[in-house]
Write a protein that binds this ligand. Structure first.
Ligand code: URA
Length: 208
């Protein structure tokens, strides 16, 4: 969604303005690769991980931020969490290559710490523009950072997951981050929930 008024943080405002004049996903990627809105992240990064956007994706998955593997390779979700994500997607009949994958942050936070709210706000312009340009009817958020980006802070995943929500002229399926599924193990609730929620996302969309 384009910013409604001026943003309080000038760096976030500049990102939103730069993103608003990108008329293709490639243009967003090109602009984002030069972003220095978060100088600490920009100084440490190897890559700006702009996301995977195949032609006509079934839906968009939004995670938290790149980790070390993603920063090194420049692609989202290619480490352990990404492998699990690919497996769960395949298990519900969705090929990873048919969905778009992005993160709330495009740069890796040092030592894999959680993104700060200020970082998430600054990076938001790129992600919002990507969503507008890719224009899928459904978005899946993975974990708490992506949930806060979509529905605001203070919303509990346990209160909203397992259902399809109407959200900004689209549909939203909030679910667990695959790293929570790894942490709680193969018999844990997060893996079962992630499977069920991705199955719901698959059933709500048609392969194109
Ligand atoms: N975790 C995320 O949230 N995103 C990635 O791209 C990798 C791990």
């Amino acid at each position: 969604m384009p910013p409604r008024g001026r943003l309080a943080d000038p760096a976030a405002q500049l990102v939103a303005e730069r993103a608003a004049v990108c008329f293709s996903l490639d243009a967003v990627g090109e602009q984002a690769r030069g972003c220095i809105a978060c100088p600490d992240l920009a100084a440490e990064r190897t890559s700006v991980v702009v996301g995977d956007f195949p032609e006509r994706p079934r839906f968009v998955l939004v995670g938290e931020a790149p980790g070390a593997h993603e920063d090194a390779a420049g692609r989202p979700f290619i480490g352990k969490a990404g492998q699990l994500l690919d497996e769960v997607l395949a298990g519900v009949g969705v090929d990873r290559d048919t969905v778009a994958v992005a993160n709330v942050l495009k740069c890796r936070p040092p030592a894999n710490r959680q993104p700060t709210r200020a970082e998430a706000r600054r990076c938001q312009g790129w992600l919002e523009r990507q969503l507008a340009l890719v224009d899928t009817p459904l978005v899946v958020t993975l974990g708490g950072t992506a949930l806060a980006w979509a529905l605001g802070h203070g919303v509990r995943l346990s209160d909203v997951r397992g259902r399809v929500h109407e959200w900004r002229d689209r549909l939203l399926v909030p679910t667990f981050h695959p790293s929570a599924a790894i942490r709680f193990g193969p018999k844990g609730g997060p893996l079962a929930a992630l499977r069920a929620d991705l199955a719901l996302a698959a059933a709500t969309t048609c392969p194109s």
